[in-house]
Design a protein around this ligand. Structure first.
Ligand code: HEM
Length: 764
């Protein structure tokens, strides 16, 4: 069988990047976020020159023709060229600031072709956003297979050491394109593998189950989750009547809803999310033997979340938090990585595993019953050059399969196989979206599809039909030995045509209970808080009462606590609660993870020990993390000394939620703008207090969000002034900056210091 043929150029480029990073000592040693390739000069440049190349952290799609052939052209050739401004037809222009007029004060002339072309194009700059998953961010990368999957699949890209270019888009589900990143929602995790056998798309989520068991309910669940149709509020969230109306009536949604109400609904970063294929897929080996599998992405950085208060603050402070985090991490050389793994199950006629129906997308198979076996490593190592061309125009489809990977009869998947292609016709303006650069396969295309809006290929021949004799009979069928795709001849049960679900789909509560019991006490506290918050935003009393009835079927403590918060009686369960075995693998807590890409804020002022600040900055960069210096004003600290420290944030611009941990270089005195009339964060003003009140706010927030924090020199004074007990877990006042950093990084490896806040006694 033909081996996967990854695009040489891309893979070389990616390997080079990794080699560069490693030979440089890894991280890029610069604070990420510079908007352009070169620093902007003070005056407008006037000397003609070629456009600047993309930044080193960026890569556009490889240059393939519309018919899937690799060209010799470098990827930068997708960009605009030449030093002079032109029209879309290549005509050089002398002016783009003034319309053509009959005299300086005269009317604008209709003959101004440049004005009309420029405005016409601008008028059509937007395309319809995705119906769901409208807001997202993406990156390029490479997938290297371990070869461990070759026992169960003939997919060439899964053979040992084959490297395949990929493009991955993460998204929220409910919000529109301009909505905020850190809303409580499921996240999409869609991966396009450009294999030599054609494109394979793994279009999954960060939650392993779905709200519905049959795709025919998808418009219902989305209509319920989207903003109310009359006022179009609220944006991008489920804390409203229509969502809870639907999920409390349609109880198969209970499991997914519970995951959304857990910390999984408020991820700290795209880099710190698991991904799941959700459905069961069927793998086929070289001899035709089949195995059922579920796909899992396991992040090397661990699975971490925000706290709910943090998520809400971030939505105001930095609505682009997740997309910035992804791009900055890649620019800083802290390449996000995931292992792809599979759970395997025998392909029996019942398609169940230990009593769990594998065709029911509201069910998981606990990892304790079927371990996740790693099959390859995904590394994201380049940011897109152009958001629209790549992230917005990418088109995923669960039906993009390669030999060795097949689907099952999950009725949710069946509807998806129709929906994605159908919606993309509207979103991408016709049927030729596979020819858009980011969607072009890295395998030859010979499809006999012709014409249509935006046809980029120039097809030769006269016989785009089969059979033909006029084009020499081309193209021909491929047998399996030439990589031809053949659907697995699965036996279809003798049955009657019905609109009904199998009996096994009726169990809506045992797996939600399993998930609840698998969480640690602090994670359960968060679930209770999330239900109480969301249902507290619901207007209709009946909907709250109905939602409580579903909670009663999961766990009585959960139900009672939420009922208490809502001021309602807790109902009793109708059925006796099922006895289930918890799955510890479902909890996010209790392990230690790498800290690469984490952001450490260093609070300092001109009176701080800047020598140590400099050393710590470098140590943080060397550790693959990002140090951001927070000071009373922008510019430099120690500007009159020999080696000043650049300031990235000021007390006015910073908020604790940007940082994973805080280090305090002493007790920073109040800045000149530390008064309420200028900056409300400063409250009543500061006369006479030794510490800037915005620093106190930052410390207090970081403390209640369970973040590691500490400092050296007289940092204790500021911590105490912020009302923080310096003996509390994860708060340290060290002898030296080095000692403080070492301990902070150790604590960061566990993400949060939850010991600081013991959960309620009754929850364990
Ligand atoms: C297991 C259940 C599902 C998962 C994991 C899932 C996942 C996703 C993801 C990740 C995206 C965003 C792709 C991107 O980044 O461009 C997406 C988009 C979309 N999904 Fe789903 N989805 C599921 C169920 C469904 C169902 C049942 C339907 C319809 C019957 C559906 C229809 C759509 C549509 C129309 C889009 C927009 C596609 C586009 O405009 O390109 N999804 N889905």
């Amino acid at each position: 069988m033909e081996k996967s043929r990854p695009a040489k150029g891309t893979v070389d480029k990616i390997v080079d990047k990794v080699v560069d990073a490693v030979s440089d000592g890894g991280p890029s040693n610069e604070i990420p976020g510079r908007p352009g390739r070169e620093p902007a000069p003070l005056e407008e440049p006037t000397e003609p020159r070629a456009p600047l190349p993309p930044k080193p952290d960026q890569a556009g799609p490889e240059v393939f023709t519309a018919t899937g052939r690799l060209t010799d052209v470098p990827p930068t050739a997708w960009a605009q060229g030449g030093e002079y401004l032109t029209t879309a037809q290549g005509l050089r222009l002398t002016d783009t600031d003034h319309s053509l007029k009959a005299g300086p004060r005269g009317p604008v002339l209709l003959q101004d072709h440049h004005l009309r072309e420029k405005i016409m194009h601008f008028d059509h700059e937007r395309i319809p956003e995705r119906v769901v998953h409208a807001r997202g961010a993406a990156a390029h990368g490479v997938f290297r297979a371990y070869g461990t999957a070759t026992t169960v699949t003939r997919a060439a890209f899964l053979a040992k050491d084959v490297e395949t270019p990929v493009f991955v888009r993460f998204s929220t589900v409910l919000g529109s394109r301009g909505s905020a990143d850190t809303v409580r929602d499921t996240r999409g995790f869609a991966t396009k593998f450009y294999t030599g056998e054609g494109v394979f798309d793994l279009v999954g989520n960060n939650i392993p189950v779905f709200f519905i068991q049959d795709a025919i309910k998808f418009p219902d669940v989305i209509h319920a989750g989207k903003p109310h149709p009359d006022r179009e509020i609220p944006q991008a969230q489920s804390a409203h009547d229509t969502f809870w109306d639907f999920v409390s009536l349609h109880t198969e949604a209970t499991h997914h809803t519970l995951w959304n109400m857990s910390d999984r609904g408020i991820a700290r970063s795209f880099r710190m999310m698991e991904g799941f294929g959700v459905h069961t897929f069927r793998l086929v080996d070289a001899k035709g033997a089949t195995t059922l599998v579920k796909f899992h992405w396991k992040p090397k950085a661990g699975v971490h979340s925000l706290t709910w208060e943090e998520a809400q603050l971030i939505n105001g402070m930095d609505p682009d938090f997740h997309r910035r985090d992804l791009a900055d991490a890649i620019e800083a050389g802290a390449y996000p990585q995931w292992e792809l793994g599979i759970q395997t199950f025998p392909d029996t006629p019942e398609q169940t595993f230990q009593g769990i129906d594998l065709l029911d997308p509201t069910k998981i198979v606990p990892e304790e019953l079927a371990p996740v076996q790693p099959i390859g490593l995904l590394t994201l190592n380049a940011n897109p050059v152009n958001f629209f061309a790549e992230t917005e125009q990418v088109a995923f489809h669960p039906g993009h399969l390669v030999p060795g990977i097949d689907i099952t009869d999950d009725p949710l998947l069946a509807g998806r196989l129709f929906s994605y292609l159908d919606t993309q016709i509207t979103r991408l303006g016709g049927p030729n979206f596979a020819q858009i650069p980011i969607n072009r396969p890295h395998a030859p295309i010979n499809d006999m599809l012709r014409d249509g809006f935006h046809q980029d290929a120039v097809h030769s021949g006269v016989a785009p039909y089969k059979p033909n004799s006029l084009d020499g009979g081309c193209p021909f069928f491929a047998g399996q030995s030439e990589g031809g795709y053949r659907e697995t001849p699965v036996r279809v049960p003798a049955a009657e045509k019905v609109r009904e679900a199998p009996a096994s789909y009726a169990d809506h509560f045992s797996q939600p209970r399993l998930f609840w019991l698998s969480l640690t006490p602090v994670e359960r506290e968060h679930v209770i808080a999330a239900y109480t918050f969301e249902l507290g935003k619901v207007y209709e009393q009946a909907i709250k009462e109905r939602a409580l009835r579903t909670l009663a079927e999961i766990d009585s403590y959960l139900c009672e606590q939420v009922a208490q918060g809502l001021g309602l009686p807790a109902p009793k369960p109708v059925n006796s609660l099922p006895s289930v075995e918890p799955s510890p693998a479902l909890s996010q807590l209790g392990r230690t993870w790498p800290t690469t890409g984490r952001i450490i804020g260093i609070v300092a002022d001109d009176g701080s020990d800047l020598e140590t600040v400099r050393t710590l900055r470098q140590a943080i960069l060397d550790g693959g993390m990002v140090p951001l210096v927070i000071a009373p004003a922008g510019g430099m600290l120690g500007a009159d000394g020999g080696d000043p420290v650049t300031v990235q944030r000021t007390f006015a611009t910073a908020r604790s939620v940007e940082f994973d941990a805080l280090l305090l270089a002493g007790t920073p005195a109040p800045g000149k703008d530390a008064y309420g009339a200028r900056d409300a964060k400063a409250g009543n003003g500061v006369t006479g207090t030794p510490t800037d009140p915005r620093v106190l706010l930052m410390l207090a927030e970081a403390f209640r969000h369970a973040k590691p924090l500490g400092g050296w020199a007289d940092a204790e004074q500021a911590l105490t002034a912020a009302g923080i007990d310096t003996a509390a877990p994860g708060v340290l006042v060290a002898e030296s900056g080095d000692a403080a950093l070492e301990e902070i990084v150790r604590l960061l490896g566990r993400h949060r210091v939850w010991d600081r806040f013991p959960p309620a006694v009754g929850i364990a």
